[in-house]
Design a protein around this ligand. Structure first.
Ligand code: WTA
Length: 650
């Protein structure tokens, strides 16, 4: 078996909630019952109890123009006030909001009073640059406090942010600037990544130099990397200079609950990214609610850390809005997990006494690869809850996470959701749910989902199908920026009255939900539906495998055939020949899932092509597997990977 787990088979293992958790959990056992009894009343209660409204809403859901939802539409509030001022007014001004850790080792902690002060000044700075309610602001920053400050300042004045992950190219940045019609770009000279400064301002310059006028009037530049930048007088403004010239006081005015809060671009099945639009009151209600009950947050004592970058939805909902609405103390880290050494994340957990830790399966599998000795050398006893998001977590990684990082004590919440859903939708509740490694299990109280067949008929227990959300939810996307038809077409055309999530799912014998990955990652081999995630999970359950990616490649006889790309553990490379490893793995998959799943080929590789958010780009692997020219690689974190894999395939 793997390091850190005992020899019991994983299948069928369950973990009841620890008694101490059950006693103090913020989600009581009756939460689901209350939500089921009157769903809309439940959401109204969450909105009123968790947020501070200028005008309390009397309406809950308006679905008369479906699928365009309005939640709490007659209420007004200020999102930034809810994340900042009200905590200070309640006497929590001295509580740390952010423990920020820079990659080079510099650190800065900001209390709620200090963060409120910074955001007020930044709001005045944005106003002085001509930004008004409804205007769009692009945020292209490293993971530094100014990123959080900027997002909240934009929200505070009723403008709309669109955060573009710092790893995106000038070209992608320009496409987002144009689509959003942004007036201002907030960036930095550069940010730290793996021990070096990677420039950001240069990419903004390049983006704005592309032919054709842009809508951008100013570029506001934070000094972080200390690298040289070129300067366009009249357009470019140093943050540290301009912030000294503005007033310190700013009074937050309320906006309607359906006032736009942000646009976040995400890739779809076509090349053009979709600008997912989220609004204020419903979004903040659901992120605050989920952040509280799913993470069992006790804001007075917990130190929470979500490792996501603010450039992704997880960073929006579970670094910025959820935790700050709840008055949490959290860690924000600028760099990579392995700089200057592979134990950096665990050093940070130890340094700040992190109690709640939320990360992605790809990171967990990376840690498994480098061995349990690294986390084992740190004191991780402060951890009491672990969370996973972004892709299906294979049971082995789940167990390793629990045993090695959580010392066999901590509950794990595997949270399913999407950029489009805005907040978590399916997850165990710690202290309530008996967890099963690898399953996200149950829709959260207030959320209604189903697994259906191609005709929209719900499947029975023990069967697989397509995941749909059956009822509107407060943090749902309100549309695709500038393209209402694409919104209806993408999410609502397949089943009409239900939101189609593009994910496959299985209901087990107990009715619990297991995510099977994107539907476009589901293969059809000889008429049998096979999930790439399921085969990958089988592969990584073999002790010689560190990581794997599976694609369905066109095949004349079977429709599609399984092609597996596998990274072996270092140890395995010395104990057997590549031929022996390949044979063992093909047999192993056949044994685990059935002969139908046996990979047609297993390709041993040293790296897998991943996006900067850590998702494997199966599309590129499919190109290789089908002998095609490899397609667009611009969103790859490391673009050289594909040429190496193509060479290895030959
Ligand atoms: C996948 C990230 C299985 C899923 C929050 C979804 C998951 C897509 C899980 C959304 C999970 C996310 N188990 N799959 N716990 N969480 N996914 O928009 O395929 O970056 O549709 O949002 O990630 O990715 P996105």
């Amino acid at each position: 078996m793997l390091d850190g787990t005992d020899d019991q088979p994983i299948e069928g293992r369950t973990f009841p909630p620890p008694a101490d958790f059950a006693r103090t959990a913020s989600a009581g056992p009756d939460l689901a019952g209350r939500a089921a009894a009157d769903r809309l009343a439940f959401w109204a209660e969450q909105a009123l109890e968790r947020l501070t409204w200028a005008q309390a809403p009397t309406e809950t859901l308006d679905w008369s123009n479906a699928p365009f939802a309005r939640w709490f539409a007659d209420g007004t509030l200020n999102v930034a006030y809810n994340c900042l001022d009200r905590h200070v007014e309640a006497g929590h001004g001295d509580r740390v909001a952010l423990h920020w850790e820079g990659e080079p080792g510099d650190a800065r902690s900001l209390t709620y009073a200090e963060l409120t002060h910074e955001v007020k000044r930044a709001a005045n700075l944005l106003l002085s640059l001509g930004v008004r309610a409804g205007d769009r602001v692009i945020v292209y920053l490293p993971q530094i406090p100014e990123a959080v400050v900027t997002m909240l300042a934009v929200a505070r004045i009723g403008a709309v942010h669109s955060v573009v992950f710092g790893g995106f190219s000038a070209e992608s940045l320009r496409a987002r600037i144009d689509d959003a019609g942004a007036r201002l770009v907030v960036t930095a000279d550069g940010g730290w990544r793996k021990g070096a400064v990677s420039p950001l301002k240069a990419a903004v310059d390049e983006a704005l130099a592309v032919d054709g006028d842009s809508t951008v009037e100013h570029v506001l530049v934070v000094r972080r990397g200390g690298n040289d930048v070129s300067w366009t007088d009249g357009r470019d403004v140093w943050w540290h200079d301009a912030i000294e010239t503005v007033e310190a006081e700013h009074v937050a005015e309320p906006f309607e609950a359906e006032h736009p809060l942000f646009i976040l671009y995400t890739s779809g099945t076509t090349g053009k990214p979709k600008g997912i639009l989220h609004t204020s009151g419903g979004y903040l209600t659901q992120v605050a609610y989920t952040h509280s009950v799913v993470f069992d947050l006790h804001p007075e004592t917990d130190v929470y850390w979500c490792t996501a970058d603010v450039g992704w939805i997880t960073g929006h909902s579970y670094v910025v809005y959820g935790p700050l609405a709840n008055g949490a103390t959290q860690v924000l880290y600028e760099g990579t997990p392995d700089f200057p050494a592979p134990g950096r994340w665990w050093d940070i957990v130890e340094k700040y006494g992190v109690t709640i830790f939320y990360t992605a399966p790809t990171a967990i599998r990376g840690f498994m690869k480098s061995g349990r000795e690294i986390p084992g050398a740190r004191d991780l006893t402060s951890l009491r809850l672990l969370g996973s998001v972004g892709e299906p977590i294979n049971p082995e990684a789940w167990l390793w996470f629990r045993e090695v990082i959580g010392a066999g004590r901590t509950p794990i919440v595997d949270t399913w959701w999407q950029t489009e859903t805005g907040a978590q939708m399916i997850s165990p509740l710690p202290g309530v749910t008996t967890t099963k490694p690898g399953s996200a299990q149950t829709p959260l109280p207030g959320i209604v989902v189903d697994v259906v067949d191609d005709h929209g008929t719900p499947v029975g227990n023990g069967e697989s199908g397509l995941l749909v959300v059956s009822e509107p939810w407060p943090s749902m996307l309100r549309g695709i920026w500038g393209d209402p038809d694409r919104y209806v077409e993408t999410y609502w055309s397949r089943f009409g009255d239900r939101y189609f999530a593009d994910d496959g799912a299985r209901r087990d014998e107990d009715g619990d939900i297991w995510l099977l990955g994107r539907v476009d990652d589901v293969m059809n081999v000889s008429g049998h539906r096979l999930s790439t995630a399921e085969i990958e999970s089988a592969l990584v359950s073999h002790p010689i495998v560190a990581e794997s990616a599976v694609v369905g490649a066109a095949d004349e006889t079977t429709g599609q055939a399984v092609v597996a790309f596998v990274i072996l553990r270092n140890k395995a490379k010395t104990t057997q020949t590549p031929e022996e490893a390949v044979a063992a793995l093909r047999a192993h998959v056949a044994h685990q899932i059935g002969a139908i799943a046996r990979p047609r080929s297993v390709v041993l590789v040293d790296e897998l092509p991943k996006t900067r958010s850590g998702k494997i780009m199966r599309r590129l692997l499919r190109d290789v597997a089908e002998g095609r020219e490899v397609g667009d690689t611009t969103t790859l974190a490391d673009t050289s990977v594909m040429s190496v894999i193509t060479a290895e395939m030959r």
